[in-house]
Design a protein around this ligand. Sequence first.
Ligand SMILES: [Zn+2]
Length: 280
Amino acid sequence: ALPGSKVKLVLNLKNPSGSVLIWWLDSELTCGQSRPLVFTQGHSVCNRSFFPCFDTPAVKSTYSASIRVPDGVTVLMSASRSSYSKLDRIFQFSMEFPVPSYLVALVAGELQHVDIGPRSRVWAEPCLLSCAVKKLGGSVERWLGVAEDLFGPYLWGRCDIVFLPPSFPIVAMENPCLTFIIASILESSEFLLIDVIHEIAHGWFGNAVTNATWEEMWLSEGLATYAQRRITTEAYGEATPITSTQSSSTLYFLIALSEAFEKRFVGVYFSQFRLIYFYC
Ligand SMILES: [Zn+2]
């Protein structure tokens, strides 16, 4: 084709594993048990069953999406812009910053939100929302401010958080503009704090600057964990060992949960590594 001319590219996609790595939950598997819910978890190569993509962190692109849903269903994506047309029930998203395919994520269900800061809101099923807001209200903006003092401006605009049912296969995922986090984490305020700060740190380390290959993912996790500790130390002082029985048992339960999934889903290792690494 001549330079500047348009070409039509047709891709025939076949998922080599044959499995569809999109989590369709019947309503019984959600926290509220009133409506079905669907979510994706792209890390590391699961998004190949979501859309055609180069599932290496070396390739980044912007993206846009249009999604039609039944009444009463809200869709969220890891995108910098979104809009909703009530007339035709279509959500539209666009991500203006280039991201690797593993950072494209979607969740749809009975989700409601509360603003907890000038650039952050909490999304959750209605039955979880007040607890999540109580635990995070005001804190996210504070942590973002500390992180910006340390590492420079936060590039992504929004810093929203969505809580997912316990079948979410990992603890949390740093999807840009919209962190995904497992609702079980609300059982432990300390763990919630550490993990949300960790995902915020990925806004600089892993998402803005990304390792080129999967083998180098330790750079993303290592630098995010370093940044997480810097932010935590600035905000709360030096770390002290956690000794309460409740915190420990919650932690070990979550590690056990991660281990239960590790044979089925890639990506748990990082969360698990992070937990053990942080606490030991
Ligand atoms: Zn991480």
